[in-house]
Design a protein around this ligand. Structure first.
Ligand code: NAD
Ligand code: MG
Length: 386
């Protein structure tokens, strides 16, 4: 029986993870849950899964939960310290890192330092602090299992193979809802247009990241750290059907891929049960019904965020953390109607232009770079870039 902590249980990945836990009660038990919002859903999850510890971001949400659940309920904490306590709970063996954004970094790092295996959905943890996180994974001898579907596909295509035999990784990208829109039309996109992803049902931030293709940029950096390869050996192919989840090309020309219907249950379940596979009740992939699979080069004119992510990764040091922070601010500003869609990459590019990359050797330095990126992006928005 695996004891789990789910960080971000009320989000898209958190809810899908709980569906798997519910389907396999003999394999998984929930010890801790955390959420940033959606307290009614959290309350429902507490009643269904009986965690021992719960953490929320705001103190008033913690007070509300305590008064509803009373003394029979779980221990209820709040703030970053509360999230960290859940991540380090002594009975937990695996932490599912499913918070969105750089807010996931500190609790995920705490889980690693407490010796927990991590099922990682929160790609921003590796984007902002990849080298520190991978060092800690080594030092504390924990397993970092990818939940992101592309990275799960690469992880599966690497099993039984040697890293020195890899020529390159090929990440697939759906291309998002604007793949086929002309650039001229993209200027007038609304949040509702951008949130309507063709293949995946996801949280708001990652949906916008998919529409700008920053999501793929973040995933290139995530892959760089997970699989220890320079970004010039990580390619992106646009693949609108989202059936081939990613590929590994070996030196002898062999290309190994993992295929499946686009459903996050598969990569989540594999990260939870590796090396075993769980008998999931999903619609089987029918390639005859699919008929044709398409692949093309990404259009970097239309999706400059992807190029910015390669540049930030090559600059190294604090640049990816600053880029990520600027992107988080830009996405929020777009969602609240303060920033036009095509200004998202412009804002990130300006923030990166104004930043001189520095080496990061502590998590505090990463958090500082994150704050700098946010401040710089907000200043530009207030100064009229919008
Ligand atoms: P979401 O917005 O649906 O859920 C995020 C969760 O984090 C929620 O429980 C929310 O309450 C919590 N949260 C938000 N801000 C917080 C904060 N400041 N402190 C603590 N908790 C906070 O997001 P999601 O789509 O589930 O994505 C989660 C992560 O997984 C992201 O990093 C995303 O890139 C990655 N991911 C998601 C998918 C997907 O299909 N949704 C696929 C691959 C990777
Ligand atoms: Mg992905």
């Amino acid at each position: 029986m695996k004891q789990l902590a789910i960080l971000g249980s009320t989000g898209s990945i958190g809810v899908s993870t709980l569906q798997i836990v519910e389907a396999f009660p003999e394999k998984f038990q929930i010890t801790a849950l955390t959420a940033g919002g959606n307290i009614d859903l959290l309350l429902d999850q507490i009643r269904r899964f009986h965690p021992k510890m719960v953490a929320v971001v705001a103190e008033q949400d913690a007070d509300r939960l305590s008064s509803i659940l009373g003394s029979d309920g779980p221990e209820i904490l709040h703030g970053v310290d509360g999230l960290v306590c859940c991540a380090k709970h002594p009975q937990v063996s695996t932490v599912v890192a499913a918070i969105v954004g750089a807010a996931g970094l500190v609790p995920t790092m705490a889980a690693i330092e407490a010796g927990k295996d991590v099922a990682l959905a929160n790609k921003e943890t590796l984007v902002t602090a990849g080298s520190l996180v991978m060092d800690a994974v080594d030092r504390y001898q924990v397993k970092l299992l990818p939940v992101d579907s592309e990275h799960s596909a690469i992880f599966q295509s690497l099993e039984g193979h040697q890293t020195q035999d890899i020529r390159r990784l090929i990440l697939t990208a759906s291309g998002g809802p604007f793949r086929d829109w002309p650039l001229a039309r993209m200027g007038s996109m609304t949040p509702a247009d951008a949130l309507a992803h063709p293949n995946w049902d996801m949280g708001r931030k990652i949906s916008i990241d998919s529409a700008t293709m920053m999501n793929k940029g973040l995933e290139v950096i995530e892959a760089r750290w997970l699989f220890d390869l320079p970004v010039d050996r990580i390619a992106v192919h646009v693949h609108p059907e989202s059936i081939v989840h990613s590929m590994v090309e070996y030196q002898d020309g062999a290309v190994l891929a993992q295929l499946g219907i686009p459903d996050m249950q598969t990569p989540i379940a594999y990260a939870l049960s590796w090396p075993d596979r769980l008998p999931l009740n999903l619609k089987p992939l029918d390639l005859c019904e699919t008929g044709t699979l398409n692949f093309s080069e990404p259009d970097l004119q239309k999706f400059p965020c992807l190029a910015l992510a390669y540049q930030a990764s090559e600059a190294g040091g604090s640049a990816p953390a600053v880029m990520n922070a600027a992107n988080e601010v830009a996405v929020e500003a777009f969602l609240s109607g303060q920033l036009a869609f095509l200004k998202i990459p412009q804002l990130i590019e300006k923030v990166l232009e104004n930043h001189r990359s520095e080496k990061l050797t502590t998590i505090d330095q990463v958090l500082c770079a994150d704050l700098q990126g946010r401040d710089s992006a907000r200043e530009l928005i207030n100064g009229g870039l919008a």
